[in-house]
Ligand binder design. Structure first.
Ligand SMILES: Cc1cc2nc3c(=O)[nH]c(=O)nc-3n(C[C@H](O)[C@H](O)[C@H](O)COP(=O)(O)OP(=O)(O)OC[C@H]3O[C@@H](n4cnc5c(N)ncnc54)[C@H](O)[C@@H]3O)c2cc1C
Length: 439
């Protein structure tokens, strides 16, 4: 019975918040900012850090607390990959542009490694590598065909592990082998958000929480931001609201952006503490793990090596962490049957933002800058997009950026509320099942 799965003291806040809950910042709202950054996640904070270093004194506003969104809720897997395949990119953008997009995306990985080291951010960062487990033999073959491309893009080794050697990377026979990629790290997302906020503040950024931006209007040469705490005038504005671009009643700082982003809830559970030898058996090498299902699972040991953190799309419709938890527990025990009686201490959710072309974007619309759309893979990418957007705002770019100013598609009639997700999700789940049956 599912209630037996919940440990005493079960919480629906991120396990990460036990060590690094987003702080409350009772800062005053200033009247004027050189640059206003709307959204205090990795993208906004990284932009603020770069802007402050370039002498622009940014003000970061968050409707909740700084770092409250996906940035303190995610799986902490750090990679620079794109979700779209190299073939798909080339068909949409031509070979040269596709190569530039792949190169400029992969650059997010060395960027975040350098950022963490340079700023001395204490966030349990480790370059541990990733095992991407193949759901079917056909997925394994497709991975093998992409291995050389990923190696070229990341400059780090990739190797294929056939099913008979799978247990070198994962304590389970559930998959059909998989790919080991060195260009992946792990971190504690809450500590990273907190450290990035600290670095931005130290560099001169003002961080203001519980201030929702309700609209952005032209005001002379600059902009006036209507907020829940008054008006802020600014010379330039960057919107980084990502998967939270639309609020519960349909309000948005930038409706144009909300119409181009598809918010999708992702869910994670944390198990109770487990013996170290069990963690070593389940995660030999302590790598990050994801699988190749359309409705993917991603899982890892906690940075302290005591728990399993298991993430996935438990639901494509409205649900709660309490209802999602048994579903994720079921996914987990399908892979690790020995965790059948392991209880859950935390279950939580957060929004990621997909785009209609499956690419991240930075650009400018009606004079307003934006950076968003990491397809659930934004620890490195959102940090990188924020930095790149900041360079543009400061006029300090010294090379072109292939993810900037791409056409940013929406769909007819789409206003930012993805009513179609349960249908698409159901279809993806069915295709996962059919693929496996045919394997
Ligand atoms: C459960 C989960 C697991 C994930 N796992 C991984 C992973 O393992 N690896 C990986 O690379 N990526 C992962 N991601 C994705 C990654 O967390 C995000 O891509 C990244 O954090 C996005 O950062 P951001 O700054 O763009 O947005 P966010 O961190 O979501 O910040 C947006 C902020 O905007 C604020 N906001 C919204 N509207 C307004 C407004 N009108 N006024 C003021 N503020 C506003 C929100 O309060 C929020 O704090 C995961 C995400 C989730 C939710």
């Amino acid at each position: 019975m599912s209630h037996l799965l919940f440990a005493e003291g079960f919480r629906t806040t991120p396990w990460w918040w036990e060590a690094a809950e987003p702080a409350s910042r009772p800062a005053e709202l200033p009247d004027h900012a050189a640059v206003a950054v709307v959204g205090g996640g990795y993208a906004g904070l990284s932009a603020a850090l770069t802007l402050a270093r370039l002498g622009h004194r940014p003000v970061v506003l968050d409707a909740e607390r700084i770092g409250w969104g996906a940035s303190s809720r995610n799986g902490g897997m750090v990679s620079g990959g794109l979700k779209v395949t190299s073939g798909g990119l080339a068909r949409a953008h031509g070979t040269d542009r596709a190569a530039a997009i792949a190169r400029d995306s992969a650059a997010s990985f060395p960027f975040i490694e350098e950022l963490i080291a340079r700023e001395g951010i204490d966030c349990d960062y480790l370059r541990c590598g990733r095992f991407a487990a193949a759901w079917t033999p056909a997925h394994y073959r497709a991975q093998a065909a992409r291995a050389a491309f990923i190696e070229r893009a990341t400059g780090l080794p990739v190797s294929m592990l056939p099913r008979e050697r799978q247990r070198e990377a994962l304590g389970s026979d559930h998959y059909h082998g998989g790919m080991l990629a060195a260009a992946t790290g792990s971190l504690h997302p809450g500590k990273y958000a907190r450290g990035l906020a600290g670095a931005a503040a130290k560099a001169g950024a003002t961080l203001v929480d519980t201030t929702r931006v309700e609209g952005i209007a032209r005001d002379g040469e600059g902009f006036a931001l209507k907020t829940s705490r008054g008006v802020l005038r600014t010379d330039a504005v960057l919107v980084t609201t990502n998967g939270y671009s639309l609020d519960a009643v349909g309000g948005s700082a930038m409706p144009w952006l909300a119409r181009r982003l598809i918010p999708v809830g992702s869910y994670i559970i944390a198990t109770e503490e487990l013996p170290a030898e069990m963690i070593d058996r389940l995660f030999p090498g302590r790598r990050m793990i994801s699988d190749t299902k359309r409705v993917l699972n991603y899982f890892r040991p906690s940075p302290d090596g005591k728990r399993v953190l298991w993430g996935g799309r438990a639901s494509f419709g409205p649900t709660t962490p309490e209802r999602a938890a048994p579903v994720l527990h079921g996914f987990m025990t399908a892979v690790f049957p020995e965790l059948a009686t392991t209880r859950i201490t935390h279950a939580w959710t957060g929004n990621v933002a997909f785009t209609f072309d499956i690419l991240p974007h930075i650009g400018t619309q009606d004079g307003i800058h934006y950076a968003a759309g990491c397809q659930g893979s934004g620890v490195a990418m959102a940090s990188w997009l924020g930095h790149r957007a900041a360079l543009r705002i400061a006029g300090a770019e010294n090379e072109p950026f292939a993810l900037a100013d791409l056409p940013f598609p929406t769909a007819p009639g789409y206003r930012g509320r993805p009513w179609f997700l349960p249908l698409v999700g159901g279809w993806y789940r069915l295709r996962d099942r059919v693929d496996r049956m045919a394997a």
